[in-house]
Unconditional design. Structure first.
Length: 323
């Protein structure tokens, strides 16, 4: 490689750092002013630039970020935070660059490739046939909210989604998340999310609008992860089996509660009851399941009927169809 080519490559690396800062500025401008997340895109830009191009580009990206923060976000980011960001940027650049491994030997590369292939052959089926059904059970039975409300435990849904999303990205050749993103339904949901984001500027309560937008983003991410992991009919049938089994379990728990005649027997929140309006002036206790809303609970139970019918298609014996 000639010296001129090396120089052009070095300049392009610094240009990439500058482009990352521009992207970070755009993302920060889209964030709510009082969210306290202004520095996050700039920290991500410094980390990405350092991991890809070395500590010199990381320091340059830190400098570009400081200039942008002082010129554009002076009213939002105090000078003390800018100084702390500069320290973190320098330290991260040094640490990330030190963690970059030298060029390995060819034999080591072949060994790592073979190990990576074996790990992929085991990880992909585990994610499809264990991770996806676990996600379906947590969502359908509302286990995350039940743990938070009844046992003061942290949410298990958010870290589960993030872990599965990371694995989907890592094994993207097998799960093809790009194909899920380009589906018409996914594009329509993304467009709806952008509409909600744009309209939140005129909302009477911006905090409530941001909360709705956050739930929408989480639901979209959940759909992308589930759609990517359902990469085979067997995986999809496993998810439907979890939904049907979950509905059957909830119905059995409600029947046990009714037979026992004890409304306090709620099985950790899976069999809640709520006094709701039936008709006229009549109000009765109604099963509310793990969601706490009788009407919404009825809707999630109805979802199990087409799933059970789909699972019965192609089954020859009556026993299999009934199961």
């Amino acid at each position: 490689m000639t010296r001129g080519a090396v120089d052009r490559r070095s300049v392009l690396q610094y240009a990439v750092g500058f482009d990352l800062v521009i992207i970070a500025v755009g993302i920060s401008l889209l964030l709510p002013p009082g969210s306290g997340m202004t520095l996050v895109p700039f920290i991500a830009a410094v980390g990405l630039a350092t991991s890809r191009s070395g500590w010199r580009v990381g320091l340059a990206t830190t400098a570009f970020s400081i200039v942008a923060l002082l010129l554009i976000f002076e009213a939002l980011v105090p000078l003390l935070q800018v100084g702390l960001f500069a320290f973190i940027g320098v330290a991260a650049s040094m640490l990330l660059d030190r963690g970059r491994a030298p060029e390995p030997e060819p034999a080591a590369v072949e060994g790592v490739a073979e190990l990576s292939t074996r790990m992929r052959d085991h990880a992909v089926p585990a994610l499809m046939y264990l991770g996806l059904p676990l996600l379906a059970a947590v969502v359908y039975l509302n286990l995350s909210n039940l743990f938070v409300e009844n046992y003061s435990l942290p949410s298990i849904l958010q870290p589960l989604i993030l872990v599965l999303a990371g694995m989907v990205v890592h094994y993207r050749a097998a799960f093809r998340p790009g194909a899920v993103i380009l589906r018409p339904m996914t594009l329509a949901l993304i467009a709806y999310g952008l509409l909600v984001f744009a309209s939140s500027n005129w909302a009477r309560s911006v905090s409530e609008a941001d909360g709705v937008l956050t739930e929408l983003i989480k639901s979209l991410l959940l759909m992308l992860v589930a759609g990517s992991l359902a990469a085979s009919w067997r995986a999809l049938r496993g998810v439907l089996a979890v939904v049907v089994a979950g509905a059957a379990l909830l119905c059995v728990l409600e029947l046990v509660q009714v037979v026992a005649g004890d409304r306090n027997l709620q099985f950790g929140g899976l069999a809640r009851v709520d006094e709701g309006h039936i008709f006229g002036d009549v109000s009765e206790l109604r099963p509310a399941g793990p969601v706490g809303d009788p009407n919404y609970y009825a809707r999630i139970l109805i979802l199990a009927f087409p799933a059970a019918a789909f699972l019965g298609v192609g089954r020859r014996s009556r026993r299999e169809q009934a199961f």
